[in-house]
Design a protein around this ligand. Structure first.
Ligand code: IVH
Length: 673
């Protein structure tokens, strides 16, 4: 009862906070002065600190500003701002390095050196300099498009506005992290939950004068687009940054071998609390730019870098229940509902148990006392069970043999490569037939990497689902806005905003469209490959009309598993119905031929035999960088067959009979030299 009273008091404050925000940001007419506004913010944050159960998504500790994307102009990054893959253990690092060696074909004498840079937990920004002058500063945004926060960035003393050095490139995006030092954060404690929130909130102030009041810092560590940069390694680039007047991380180090990376990691982790800024791991980058270029990127992260996250904080708690959640592909994930515990400043009440096999392996049961670990942005999970504290009457957990949501049988796939059963159990119903799975599919459809619809978050999708407003993806584009306006929490303005963001997404790239469909095994990378090869939605749909799925096998990177999954997708009548509707409602842009100025200009290649000093993946990536593409079948459409050591005779014969040009590795490399 007391809790309920506190909650009411809290919600009233949140409501008032939203009102102030709306007037400040959207209507440009503040209702109260800054002091009053800040006082309210502190009150909310203090309540949250005192009562762990308080947590509202519109709280100042979760949100920065009111729909800030409306205030700042959106600008495309000339070169995407990538993210990084994560590593948590020595084993992960060994694997990271192994993959690199494989990609580079285990060249003898390959000696990899890393730039090890403690990863500052702030907000990344990209600063465009032209002729030595700071012109535009962007936030990361979704990596492809950021917000123009130039004026706010100009208030940061660490950012030079003019650089006179002769060797400073004519044009360059300098990238780095905006953050607040822990010692400076002390004074901001009652306004923000942590230094990162404080940095992000301050950077997004409407009025740069407000930003100026906050002692923001900037540390530079990489670059994006550039013209005239004459540097060949990360080590030299970091040196140059200093010479040009940027601040760099004093804890950066050059390191060889995984063993030494681990040593440095342990030393820094120990000293973590003595460093005046928050770090959440160490970024390792291959030093040599030549190797970086050869390695290139996968989806949205480079192959040549990784973030080694610091080990998790852990706490002990009790499992109160085990619930089953379902994902968009039907995978059933067991989740432990635990007695809430504070782990490193965050109250944790759920921990993932991953899958059925994990429960069996660790013999996790309801009522067990367990150690829970939480690392950075990773979902908390159970490390171990304390068997000594187990109740004698406890029973083994039985994983449901039927989907708890639709009742269909649950199944485990057999993996034909590993010859083993999958660890994951799935609901066997097809996509939209299982309600819970359908909701997840729609959440995926609107998610950041897919349609990226602002203002249509997970909670709203669920809410609209329950109100029968959205049952299938196409319903998003035929929403009953009048009805929404009458719902609690919605008003004219917020409905207009939603309508605007939905209408904006009616034109979409073919690549994102395929990804949004949420076909199993077709993630970002595969969606990209398919879009590059099939070019249009029409071609995609005709796969099923003409039943010529087998053509997909010619696409390098697409295998039997993906094809089987696409076939299954088209077998389902609801999927066909969804596709047909979306096709008529949306404009799906055809994929344009990439960079037609490359030396291999839209030529197709196939490789047979073992290449010298180069892996298949590297050869493929080299061909693609030069606007060519790889196919895996000899057909009339093949332009060149590259014949390496011990080629498949059948392929060479087929090429000869179809009059396909035959090249050896040397002549092929000459083409791109
Ligand atoms: S390099 C392609 N270097 O980590 C490389 N990032 O998950 C990507 N970060 O968004 C950026 N310290 O905000 C790089 N020394 C460092 C970094 C660093 C922190 C952040 C950055 C980025 C995120 C990647």
């Amino acid at each position: 009862m007391i809790d309920e009273k506190i909650n009411q008091k809290y919600l009233k404050k949140i409501e008032l906070f939203q009102k102030y925000n709306k007037h400040y940001y959207n209507l440009n007419k503040p209702l109260v002065d800054d002091t009053e506004f800040d006082k309210l913010k502190s009150e909310i944050i203090n309540l949250e600190k005192k009562y762990n159960f308080l947590n509202h998504k519109e709280s100042p500790s979760n949100s920065v500003g009111f729909k800030p994307s409306k205030i700042f102009k959106k600008v495309k990054h000339k070169t995407a701002m990538l993210s990084l893959g994560n590593a948590f253990s020595e084993e992960d690092l060994i694997n990271f390095e192994k993959k690199i060696f494989n990609f580079l074909n285990n060249e003898p004498g390959l000696n990899i050196e890393y730039s090890a840079e403690p990863k500052i937990d702030g907000i990344s920004a990209s600063l465009f300099f032209k002729d030595g002058k700071f012109v535009t500063g962007l936030s990361r945004g979704d990596g492809k498009e950021g917000e123009d926060i130039t004026e706010n960035l100009k208030t940061i003393a660490d950012i030079p506005l003019k650089i006179k050095s002769k060797d400073f490139p004519n044009e360059i995006d300098i990238r780095g992290e905006v953050f607040i030092q822990n010692s400076d954060f002390r004074d901001l404690r009652n306004k923000f939950a942590n230094p990162r929130n404080a940095a992000s909130g301050s950077l997004r102030q409407k009025d740069p004068k407000e930003t100026e009041k906050i002692p923001l810092k900037f540390i530079a560590y990489t670059f994006g687009y550039e013209k005239g940069l004459e540097v060949f390694s990360q080590e030299d680039f970091l040196k140059k940054l200093k010479e040009w007047g940027f601040r760099t991380n004093p804890l950066n180090k050059m390191i060889k071998t995984v063993k030494n990376l681990m040593k440095n990691y342990k030393e820094i982790e120990k000293r973590r609390d003595q460093i005046d800024f928050d770090i959440d791991g160490i970024v390792y980058k291959i030093n040599d730019f030549g190797l970086q270029k050869r390695l290139g990127n996968v989806a949205n992260a480079p192959r040549w870098a990784v973030a080694h996250k610091f080990s998790a904080n852990s706490s002990i708690s009790k499992i109160e229940n085990i619930e089953i959640q379902i994902g968009r592909t039907g995978a059933l994930t067991p989740v432990a509902k635990i007695k809430p515990v504070n782990i490193g400043g965050v109250v944790v009440s759920n921990a993932t148990l991953h899958n059925e096999e994990e429960i069996n392996r660790k013999d996790i049961r309801i009522g067990d006392t367990v150690t829970i670990e939480r690392a950075g942005d990773v979902i908390p999970h159970v490390i171990s069970v304390d068997l000594k504290l187990r109740n004698k009457n406890s029973k083994k957990f039985n994983f449901p043999k039927n989907c708890p949501f639709c009742g269909s049988k649950t199944v485990k796939d057999f993996n034909s490569t590993t010859k083993k059963e999958d660890a994951v159990r799935r609901c066997s119903s097809e996509g939209y037939e299982c309600e819970k799975m359908a909701i997840e599919k729609i959440k995926h459809f609107v998610s950041k990497e897919a349609f990226n619809i602002d203002g249509l978050g997970k909670k709203i999708v669920e809410n609209f689902w329950n109100l029968n407003l959205i049952k299938l993806p196409q319903d998003i584009f035929n929403l009953d806005y009048l009805k929404i306006e009458s719902l609690e929490g919605w008003g004219k303005q917020s409905v207009a905003n939603l309508k605007y963001s939905i209408n904006q997404k009616k034109t979409i790239s073919f690549e994102k469209f395929i990804y949004a469909l949420g076909i199993r095994h077709i993630g970002l990378e595969n969606a990209k490959i398919i879009s590059k090869n099939l070019k249009s939605l029409k071609n995609f749909i005709s796969l099923s009309k003409e039943n010529n799925f087998d053509n997909l096998i010619n696409i390098d990177g697409i295998g039997e598993t993906q094809i089987k999954s696409i076939k299954n997708f088209f077998k389902n009548s609801t999927n066909l119905h969804v596709l047909k509707n979306l096709e008529s409602l949306l404009i799906v842009k055809n994929t344009e031929n990439q960079k037609t100025n490359g030396k291999l200009n839209n030529k197709t290649f196939m490789i047979t035999g073992k290449l010298t000093n180069m892996s298949r993946s590297e050869a493929k990536s080299l061909i693609e960088q030069n606007s060519g593409s790889i196919v895996s079948n000899v057909t009339k459409k093949l332009d060149y067959l590259i014949v390496a050591d011990k080629p498949t005779k059948r392929k060479v014969d087929a090429a000869k009979s179809l009059k396909v040009k035959i090249l050896d590795q040397g002549s092929w490399l000459k083409m791109i030299k």
